[in-house]
Design a protein around this ligand. Structure first.
Ligand SMILES: C[S@@+](CC[C@H](N)C(=O)[O-])C[C@H]1O[C@@H](n2cnc3c(N)ncnc32)[C@H](O)[C@@H]1O
Length: 225
């Protein structure tokens, strides 16, 4: 999958990558940073912190680390909110350094040093990043297991039309088991079958407003019973 990758500029001026084999981009072409901020930071991390203002430590799981943009935005947000972050991201196909070097997120977000730390983080190891921890794991989603449960899950796989197996009931059952009570999962997809698979796993699922260029997205919560 890594052999045919091309770096593009999205409409908000931030980079994204076209995966030629799948004919799919890593982010919305309407704005990569805008999309990540909307789907994962605003609807995910900020929402969780607003519901749990006493929390000083947050554990996030990202499915599909890709460029590290969601990690960068999360570390930046954690610094602002003064919470410490344990960020665990998995990816089956980590991007090569020559592609990462072409991405402009450090410059666009004025955090070059933080993004360099993230891009240089080693795989299959826990890396200290700023005052936080970043655990990158090279892994197929179907093999994901952890002894932890997560406050937030950022579900950022390629689309269900391109990789349906990654959006299956078995995947959401596994992620539900790895979510804390009252934990939140967000994704850019608003597809009906995805929503039903999340509901079958036990999540309460809301359709909420999507990022620029997309009417809706999904937010799933493990309702505390
Ligand atoms: C939409 S991109 C992720 C974008 C990323 N979150 C970012 O901000 O750049 C989807 C990612 O899923 C990864 N991926 C594809 N198949 C996978 C699998 N079976 N298990 C885990 N990751 C997979 C790809 O390598 C790619 O990095």
């Amino acid at each position: 999958m890594q052999n045919k990758l091309r770096v593009l500029s999205s409409e908000d001026g931030s980079s994204t990558i076209m995966c030629e084999d799948l004919q799919e981009t890593y982010h919305s072409v309407h704005g990569a940073v805008q999309e990540s901020l909307h789907v994962f930071i605003k609807a995910g991390l900020q929402k969780f912190l607003s519901l749990h203002p006493q929390r000083k430590q947050i554990r996030i799981l990202e499915i599909g680390f890709g460029t590290g943009l969601n990690a960068l935005l999360s570390f930046r947000e954690a610094q602002t909110a003064k919470v410490s972050l344990w960020y665990h991201a998995i990816d089956k196909y980590p991007l090569p350094p020559e592609i990462l070097a072409k991405l402009n997120y450090g410059e666009v977000l004025s955090c070059e040093a933080l993004y360099s730390e993230i891009k240089e983080a080693a795989w299959n190891r826990i890396n200290p990043v700023a005052a936080h921890q970043l655990f990158l794991e090279k892994l197929d989603l179907s093999e994901f297991r952890s002894s932890y449960q997560y406050d937030l899950i950022f579900f950022d796989a390629f689309s269900p039309d391109k990789q349906p197996a990654l959006w299956s009931p078995a995947v959401f059952d596994n992620l539900f088991a790895h979510t804390v009570p009252a934990g939140i999962l967000t994704t850019y997809s608003a597809k009906g079958q995805v929503r039903r698979n999340m509901q079958a796993a036990g999540f309460r699922v809301e359709r909420i407003a999507g990022p620029p260029g997309k009417r809706e997205m999904l937010r799933a919560t493990k309702v505390d019973v």
